[in-house]
Design a protein around this ligand. Structure first.
Ligand SMILES: Nc1ncnc2c1ncn2[C@@H]1O[C@H](COP(=O)(O)OP(=O)(O)OP(=O)(O)O)[C@@H](O)[C@H]1O
Ligand SMILES: [Mg+2]
Ligand SMILES: [Zn+2]
Length: 375
């Protein structure tokens, strides 16, 4: 435990190709470096923990590399690369705009920018959370951003692009980082697990990736948490217990009951879930996602939208064959209605129960409800 480093730091990618899920963007950056067409200001935007700072650092290292590899990656062996990797390079400056957002902070930065680098060609200034700069600071910065010295490159990073002034946006090349897909996240977690000697079940990693909602830092933090909770054996059961996620088993049971028009069973299952301490609203959105997953499973064309792990895919496909499209359309509509009404409802449990009853009725004859509405 002496030198324990959290996975999110330990596994920060150090080459473009090891960055997960941002391929087109890293390719563009690499090409710009190879063809020597560098802009002087970039804006990296996108959700938390998807690789903005990471890519900015890789970019800074690569443009200063003295003998880049044929594929456009930094060599990781030259003097400049080694300095970067040991975090003692003077060619990269990171400024956190959240805590250094005054005009004076920016003036200090501008003074620094004038000084050329001693080794390497470029100095790179990464300004994180740039939307936090005060408007006076922004204004002080504009001139430098438009015409910086040749050796200076700015990389502005933000999670809130809409808060950036148009005058800044128009001076930058903009890169939108995307959320990382579930399958990419799972694959990366699998890699980290194998490096750490941790055993995992694919379903467990899947739940974890869903919980992380597209952020790799979050995924790795949750992973660390679960690893310490399970002592290195990351099973599906342990993960849902630790993360307080409802077992998909319940959704299958509920769907069975609904398809069999079995109102009593469906109410009992609901009661069971509520007694386990799960929140009603989560249950409802869980049911909605479950029906949605069944729907996309029915058509090979939309099956790519199905993001649950391969190991239970077959169960979904089998279950989806028991439902008609009409039933699923109607069912999703009913559940969605419940979702919308949930917040305002005085008797939330009754609302869910009513929804289950309607679902049971609609499985018998999906059309009947429409007719009832009309009459
Ligand atoms: N695309 C990715 N591929 C692999 N690992 C990633 C990726 N994105 C993030 N990570 C992991 O998450 C950690 C944090 O990433 P990074 O600092 O680049 O996020 P960020 O986009 O700058 O987030 P923030 O908006 O919070 O500053 C990295 O050290 C790395 O372990
Ligand atoms: Mg960052
Ligand atoms: Zn190098």
């Amino acid at each position: 435990m002496d030198n324990y480093i959290v996975s999110a730091r330990k596994y920060r990618p150090s080459t473009f190709k090891s960055v997960v899920g941002q391929r087109s963007l890293t390719t563009t950056l690499k090409n710009a470096i190879a063809s020597n067409k560098l802009a002087h200001a970039y804006l990296f935007c996108g959700p938390r923990g998807v690789g903005k700072t990471t890519c900015a650092r890789i970019f800074a290292k690569t443009i200063n590399c003295l003998s880049p590899a044929a594929d456009g990656e930094a060599c990781n062996a030259c003097e400049s690369c080694v300095a970067f990797n040991e975090q003692r390079s003077f060619n990269i400056h990171e400024l956190d705009a959240a805590s250094n957002n005054s005009v004076d902070d920016i003036r200090a930065l501008i003074d620094q920018v004038r000084i050329p680098p001693q080794i390497g060609k470029y100095k790179v200034y990464i300004i994180d959370e740039v939307h936090m700069l005060s408007s006076a600071a922004f204004n002080a910065f504009l001139k430098t951003l438009e015409e910086p010295p040749h050796h200076a490159i700015f990389i502005l990073a933000t999670t809130e692009k809409h808060k950036i002034l148009p005058t800044i946006l128009s001076r930058c090349q903009i890169y939108d980082f995307s959320r990382i897909s579930i399958s990419d996240t799972v694959e990366h977690l699998q890699y980290v697990a194998s490096q750490e000697g941790v055993t995992t079940e694919p379903e467990a990693l899947n739940v974890l990736a869903q919980k992380a909602d597209g952020g790799m830092r979050d995924a790795l933090s949750i992973f660390d948490q679960v690893v310490s909770f399970t002592g290195g054996n990351v099973t599906y059961k342990a993960v849902i217990e630790n993360l307080n996620v409802l077992d998909y088993e319940y959704y299958f049971k509920l769907t069975e009951a609904i398809l069999a028009n079995n109102v009593s069973d469906s109410l009992l299952i609901l009661n069971d879930i509520l007694n386990k301490g799960f929140d009603g609203h989560n249950i409802i959105s869980g049911i909605a996602s479950h029906f949605r997953d069944l729907l996309v499973c029915r058509d090979p064309q939309t099956a790519v939208l199905f993001e649950v792990g391969a190991s239970i895919r077959e169960r979904y496909v089998a279950m989806s064959q028991k439902c008609s499209n009409e039933f699923l359309y109607k069912a999703i509509e009913i559940v969605n209605e419940c979702d919308l009404n949930y917040r305002n409802s005085k008797n939330k449990k009754l609302l869910i129960e009513l929804t289950l009853i309607r679902l049971c009725q609609c499985s018998a004859n999906p059309q009947s409800l429409d007719e009832k509405k009309k009459s």
